[in-house]
Design a protein around this ligand. Structure first.
Ligand code: AMP
Ligand code: GLY
Length: 427
């Protein structure tokens, strides 16, 4: 079987690893990820955020199955191009991935179909409209309408100090995009729920908690994600009903997208805020999370390729997961997420129990160098979270070069803080 993947991050590395265990892997990448290249029978380099370029490099090729992974490739319609070269495609086309690339579409879909979990929101195109929404609502989250690699969202009271600073940011986004999404500020604990979807059926994955803030204690700017953990069927700060509500929302989205003639096939990612009385939706993505893919993909039982194939063929069944705990820590270049060190030589040695996933790095003369974005995802898997954290930390320590990571992710102290926070909110 010939399987093609588009993408070159750590998220794609973990997917590629599963595919290569059972099929012939082919890859299209923007930059050569040395690990994915080694797993692949053949790879092509082009701008994967341009569907025409992908089409050009694939001329004359054919595959049994295709999967386009990153947000910007989905938004560029790369899955639609893959359908010309692959018998089946397991990722959403441009229209279906709109759930991610158009935040206003996602919010209005929830509103028009009365899907629960919708925070107060407004799509505004002037500073005055923003002011009146803030008067009504109080503190808000300001979200660019399009894709920003997870870095464009700013929260009033956290990144934005007071109304004037908020309005200034709102105006700068309106100038760029014409409009901006404002949302009521939510207080609670975040979790990620991902699902395999075939346009109609849904198979949920175990929940994960990501850490978007750059620094320990959840301080600093938003990043693509500094690391994440999972603890089997549920997270320790969630109640069973939080998880059920999240799952119901995902199933409803799949149902209404089908009803609207825009069925969603691929990985639907829901980011939720667990609050004192139920869950609210922060956003949807049309793909695996990065780092969250590293928490769940290795836990899938049985044939991974078969699940992708069934998604493509629209007859997805149930999917089972190993009940282990996982911790992912991202090694990022010094200075990340501001002025990151570029072109610095870095390495992570094998030889610990940690699994190493290559992210934004490149290889030259057998050495690995940073690009300025996240460098390596380091994964620990174990029967309990303490052990998984220890393994991930040991993997991080086995590295060299100017990189750093958040040491608090997956630790007992951090988990206890989450549990305490939810207890306080629930009274
Ligand atoms: P997003 O890019 O939408 O995932 O947002 C990035 C981060 O901003 C999220 O992980 C949350 O921590 C935070 N955030 C987004 N929307 C809200 C909201 N309505 N209230 C509070 N925090 C939010
Ligand atoms: N980890 C957040 C994301 O992939 O969007």
């Amino acid at each position: 079987m010939k399987v093609l993947i588009v993408g070159n991050g750590a998220r794609e590395h973990v997917i590629a690893e599963r595919i290569a265990e059972e099929a012939e892997l082919y890859a299209v990448m923007s930059k050569k990820n040395p690990a994915i290249a080694r797993l692949s029978k053949k790879h092509w380099i082009c701008n994967i955020e341009n569907a025409d370029e992908v089409k050009k490099v694939l001329q004359g090729e054919s595959f049994d199955l295709g999967f386009s992974s990153p947000d910007a490739t989905l938004a560029a319609g790369v899955s639609d191009v893959l359908s010309e070269f692959c018998s089946g495609v397991a990722s959403p086309g441009k229209n279906a991935s709109r759930i991610e690339w158009d935040k206003a579409y996602a919010r209005n879909l929830m509103k028009n179909h009365s899907i629960p979990g919708l925070p107060g929101f407004a799509v505004v195109s002037s500073g005055e409209e923003a002011r009146s929404f803030i008067k009504e609502t109080g503190e808000v989250a300001v979200k660019p309408v399009g894709l920003t690699g997870g870095k464009g969202v700013r929260i009033m009271g956290e990144h934005l100090n007071g109304e004037e600073e908020t309005i200034a940011y709102v105006n700068s986004l309106i100038e760029k995009d014409g409009s901006v999404v404002l949302e009521e500020r939510l207080f609670g604990e975040e979790f990620t729920l991902q699902a395999f979807c075939d346009g109609e059926h849904v198979a949920l994955m175990p929940p994960v908690q990501d850490h978007k803030r750059a620094f320990e204690q959840d301080k600093g700017p938003n990043t693509g994600g500094m690391g994440s953990y999972s603890t089997g069927e549920n997270l320790p700060f969630l109640e069973q009903k939080d998880l059920e509500e999240g799952g119901d929302i995902i199933r409803k989205i799949i149902e209404v997208m089908k009803k609207e003639g825009n069925p969603f096939k691929g990985i639907l990612y829901g980011q939720f805020m667990a609050m004192e009385n139920g869950v609210k939706v922060i956003e949807f993505n049309a793909r695996f999370g990065d780092p969250e893919a590293m928490n769940v993909v290795p836990l899938v039982k049985g044939s991974f390729v078969e699940i992708f194939q069934k998604m493509a063929e629209e007859n997805l069944g149930s999917v089972e997961f190993d009940n282990s705990s996982t911790v992912v820590k991202y090694l990022v270049p010094e200075g990340y997420p501001g002025k990151s060190v570029k072109d610095a030589e870095v390495s992570v040695e094998e030889g610990t129990d940690a699994k190493i996933y290559y992210a934004s790095v490149y290889e030259k003369e057998g050495k690995i160098f940073t690009t300025g974005s996240r460098s390596f995802g380091i994964l620990g898997i174990a029967g309990n979270i303490e052990e998984a954290e220890r393994i991930a930390e040991e993997g991080c320590k086995n590295s060299s070069g100017p990189m750093w990571h958040r040491k608090d992710i997956g630790t007992k102290e951090l988990l206890e803080k989450r549990i305490k926070h939810m207890k306080e909110l629930r009274g």
